[in-house]
Design a protein around this ligand. Sequence first.
Ligand code: FMN
Length: 181
Amino acid sequence: MHWDKKGPDNTDKTIEAALARAAELDIQNIVVASSTGATAKKLINCDRNVVCVSYHAGFDGPGMRRMTEDVMQELKENGINVLITTHLLAGVDRAIRNKFGGVYPSEIMAQTLRMLGQGTKVCVEISGMALDAGLIPHGKEIIAIGGSAKGADTAVVIAPAHSNQFFDTKVKEIICKPREF
Ligand SMILES: Cc1cc2nc3c(=O)[nH]c(=O)nc-3n(C[C@H](O)[C@H](O)[C@H](O)COP(=O)(O)O)c2cc1C
């Protein structure tokens, strides 16, 4: 499925398409990018193992977290794991750029994946992060949901690899994504 434009207006139909495909393929694990938790809240009661990946602490400034404690608590009480950690496709490479300028492998990999849209890059990244955190099983197809800065506009079926074997990642299906991005 292809949405006309990128962005959060596609959130509900992206989640609907992702859940429908999860049911068809009997996929139990869903990883969703949700900085504030707003998108992840829409997956409460979806009857799957849901992992919500938010921005790393410090993304908005030293010590700052995008997700409030209240929202994090609400997600956890509803069985959604919240992962807040280093971004797989930024990591210390971003520190080298920030300090010395230039561009380094992780961010080149991220920018290459963005040729398919921001959301596809995000899906690949967050599913690897969730796998490295031990929050989803290895060797199984999962569904990842990502977006363009806010909300969701992309969903994929993916078999992620650990960060130390990143290129073994297999994007099996693109369930939906925006045509314009
Ligand atoms: C680890 C991580 C990396 C992200 N990277 C990007 C990115 O490169 N480009 C982008 O447009 N959005 C990026 N996002 C935003 C997500 O795709 C998504 O739109 C957002 O987290 C939804 O948050 P909300 O539920 O608060 O609206 C990223 C989010 C996370 C958690």
